[in-house]
Design a protein around this ligand. Structure first.
Ligand code: GLN
Length: 288
């Protein structure tokens, strides 16, 4: 069997569970991964014979995909904000929606600003690394409660050669001491524990601690908002991703905590996805 025939057969295998264009793309991605080649190579070598052992490995990967395993975990990587990131089942798979959160931060932090930024629950490091690479003058602290996730994030920082992020094992603010930040950003878990989506699609394979957060999905968001003022500089921003239907509750919680200039931002799909609020404290003047 040649590469072209193997791809067509793979596409047909995946077709019942995916859209046609996705089936074609994923078949190519899986074979590229096995052969360690790019798409152009695959197309140029369509008539090459596929070795039996590679063909068997290809079928095994197709099977994993058919059983629902996310393509990002099979490939071990996912692109986010132009960065190629390693992902493992210890980390959430970065979503395009979260790029909205990165853009919200970049809109507030000027390119030459030496801002201190804290990313809570960094996972693969996606948010922290996207900010750090676009704001080289900024110092980013990224925490996660999972050492396994932090190891992935550290590997991503190293392979992307991004040196203005440092990583700390911490349960939210627990290990942050007295440090204060210009921006605190987070994509925390925010799904209701009873949400049926948790047992569907990619979510089945992702770490539940990165997804679900109590009865209304707001447990962790609430914790972060309650403690944020201790760690925000005067006029510093808290920026949170949340569920499409949580904007009002998140804004209320921010207002109750005393944050001001609260605003919700939509993602590319038109859903309310990110809410931001500011520490109202004015930078104190120095006299004498
Ligand atoms: N946005 C993800 C989803 O709904 C959830 C990520 C999260 O809980 N932070 O699939």
């Amino acid at each position: 069997m040649n590469i072209h025939q193997a791809l067509l057969a793979a596409q047909a295998t995946l077709a019942p569970s995916l859209e046609a264009s996705e089936a074609k793309l994923e078949a190519q991605l899986l074979l590229q991964h096995l052969l360690n080649v790019n798409r152009a190579w695959l197309i140029a070598h369509a008539n090459d014979t596929l070795q039996t052992n590679i063909h068997e490995d290809f079928e095994a990967l197709l099977n994993r995909r058919l059983l629902g395993e996310p393509i990002a975990y099979i490939l071990g990587c996912r692109e986010f904000y132009g960065l190629q990131l390693k992902v493992t089942p210890d980390t959430l798979i970065p979503r395009p929606d979260t790029e909205t959160l990165v853009e919200a931060v970049l809109a507030k932090v000027l390119p030459d600003q030496t801002a201190h930024i804290l990313d809570l629950g960094t996972g693969t490091g996606a948010i922290a690394l996207a900010i750090a690479s676009n704001r080289p003058q900024a110092q980013v602290t990224a925490i996660d409660a999972s050492q396994a996730a932090l190891d992935v994030a550290i590997e991503n920082a190293t392979s992307l050669n991004i040196s203005n992020v440092h990583f700390i094992l911490s349960d939210w603010f627990a290990a942050i001491n007295n440090e204060k930040f210009d921006v605190i950003v987070s994509n925390p878990p925010y799904i209701e524990t009873s949400d049926a989506h948790l047992s569907q699609g990619d979510l089945r394979f992702e770490p539940i601690t990165a997804l679900a957060s109590g009865k209304d999905g707001l447990n962790d968001i609430q914790k972060i908002i309650e403690s944020c003022l201790i760690h925000l500089k005067a006029q510093g921003w808290l920026m949170l991703e949340h569920g499409y239907n949580q904007a009002e509750q998140v804004a209320d919680l921010m207002a109750q905590a005393g944050l001001v200039s609260i605003e919700t931002i939509k993602d590319f799909g038109g859903n309310h996805r990110v809410t931001i609020g500011k520490n109202s404290l004015i930078v104190s003047a120095h006299w004498g």
